[in-house]
Design a protein around this ligand. Structure first.
Ligand code: FES
Ligand code: FES
Length: 139
C-alpha cells in the first residue's frame, strides 16, 4: 500500500510515485507514457495496469505489485533463459506473463502471445520470451 506524503501525489502518474524516493522501486519503467509500450505495467489487484497513465490516487487501498516483488517461476524462467536483451522491457513482460500464469498455469503459446501483445521490444526478443514461457507452461 502506498503512503502518500501530500495530496499532489495522488494526481501524479503511479509510475513516478513508485520510482520516487518514497517507494524507490525502479522496475516499472517509463517508456512511451501513452499506454503503447507496456514497460510501465504493474499488477493492481492482480490485473495488469499502465502505471504511466494511472493516477496514483486511484490505487490507494489497492494491492499493487511490480516485477520487483514477483520472484515467481515466470520471472525465473525469463531470466534463466536470458530471454530479453536490454532489461528495459523485462519488468513489464514479467508482470503481463505473471497475470496470465496465475489464472492459467499451462497456457498455450497463443495465449502467451496474446497476453504479451501489449509488451513492445525493439530488440527482437519476442521469440526467446515466447520460447521460455512456452517451456515453463510445458514443464
Ligand atoms: S510507459 Fe506506460 S505503456 Fe509505455
Ligand atoms: S529486450 Fe527489452 S526492448 Fe528488447
Amino acid at each position: 500500500m502506498i503512503a502518500f506524503r501530500h495530496d499532489a501525489e495522488r494526481d501524479t502518474p503511479l509510475v513516478y510515485v513508485l520510482r520516487g524516493p518514497a517507494v524507490g522501486d525502479m522496475t516499472p519503467r517509463l517508456g512511451c507514457g501513452r499506454e503503447q509500450c507496456g514497460a510501465c505495467r504493474v499488477l493492481v489487484d492482480g490485473t495488469p495496469a499502465y502505471a504511466c497513465t494511472l493516477r496514483a490516487g486511484a490505487v490507494e487501498n489497492r494491492h499493487v505489485e511490480t516485477a520487483a516483488g514477483l520472484d515467481s517461476p515466470v520471472r525465473q524462467a525469463l531470466i534463466a533463459a536470458n530471454a530479453t536483451q536490454c532489461g528495459y522491457c523485462l519488468p513489464g513482460i514479467i508482470v503481463a506473463a505473471e497475470a496470465l500464469f496465475r489464472v492459467d498455469p499451462r497456457p498455450s503459446r497463443d495465449a502467451i502471445a496474446d497476453a504479451l501483445d501489449a509488451q513492445l521490444c525493439r530488440c527482437g526478443s519476442h521469440p526467446r520470451v515466447l520460447a521460455a514461457l512456452t517451456a515453463l507452461s510445458d514443464a
